[in-house]
Design a binder for this molecule. Sequence first.
Ligand SMILES: Nc1ncnc2c1ncn2[C@@H]1O[C@H](COP(=O)(O)OP(=O)(O)O)[C@@H](O)[C@H]1O
Ligand SMILES: O=c1ccn([C@@H]2O[C@H](COP(=O)(O)O)[C@@H](O)[C@H]2O)c(=O)[nH]1
Length: 289
Amino acid sequence: MSLFYQKLRVAVYCGNLSVKITKRLIYTHKMSEKPTVPMTNGFESKTPFLIGVAGGTASGKSTVCQRIMEKLGQQHKEQTERRVVCISQDSFYRTLTTSERLRAERGQFNFDHPDAFDDKKLLAVLKDILDGKKVEVPEYDYITNSISNRSHTIYPADVVLIEGILVFYFKEVRELFHMKLFVDTDSDTRLARRVPRDIMERGRDLEQVLNQYMNFVKPAFEEFCLPTKKFADVIIPRGADNLVAIDLIVQHISEYLKQKPVDKSQLYPGLSTPIPSSPHRAGKSGRPH
Ligand SMILES: Nc1ncnc2c1ncn2[C@@H]1O[C@H](COP(=O)(O)OP(=O)(O)O)[C@@H](O)[C@H]1O
Ligand SMILES: O=c1ccn([C@@H]2O[C@H](COP(=O)(O)O)[C@@H](O)[C@H]2O)c(=O)[nH]1
């Protein structure tokens, strides 16, 4: 087996920073005579570079994605001009049955269990993205605990980030990623961030947030999310505060983008008028798109 395919773990230590980079992925999509992409996902190497971003609730997944987008100068671009886009796994929560909806309203539904997601739909959409297709991704409404009737058009891009608590849980989904990041923020910090966020942005009261956390969020994190950390190529301690790790990732994406110059206008030859840009952050949810 050539050096190219060897999975060499490189550990970068800086204070309490520990970033593990899988060498194989550094060269994925690069000038290699033997690209690893088809091995990873069965698609052509011209398909977008797909990055999964997992981590516990309120670990800073969306904030990390936003920082990456900002540093790559993508945040303020028109949707059709963006070379890097971001999608949230929350857009793939499944539709609840009537009794589940009633339980959800009482804070008694487990939104942190893999069964809460429509993983087949997530897989299908990711495959469409890898096929270079334009896709519609619905916006999730945390107030009504359901998919809203608003959606975002995700135009073909060079790099697509997918963030969510369980993006590495589903094997078929996990295997599509060319790079896997895990945002590793300690649980006290996460709870301290989740409480005000859920009260201010997701229409909850303190008792509801704490009950949900103790009954569902914490046990499900330990059972389903944390075990997926082992699949990560890069672990980002302290989330968006970790500027060194973010810069390393941005540098890697920039290198990839440099090798793949794209005139986006060629992707949409039929477009004579510009498409209006969507908000940078999707409504109150703060999910990046
Ligand atoms: N490094 C940070 N310092 C302070 N607050 C942060 C930091 N990262 C995220 N937050 C805040 O914590 C909350 C959860 O962050 P978010 O990025 O939405 O996490 P996730 O996407 O993992 O749920 C948000 O209110 C966000 O503004
Ligand atoms: O209707 C819902 C759907 C999800 N949640 C909670 O959201 C988090 C996942 O989002 P993060 O941004 O990663 O925190 C998950 O822990 C669910 O508990 C919800 O409360 N209600």
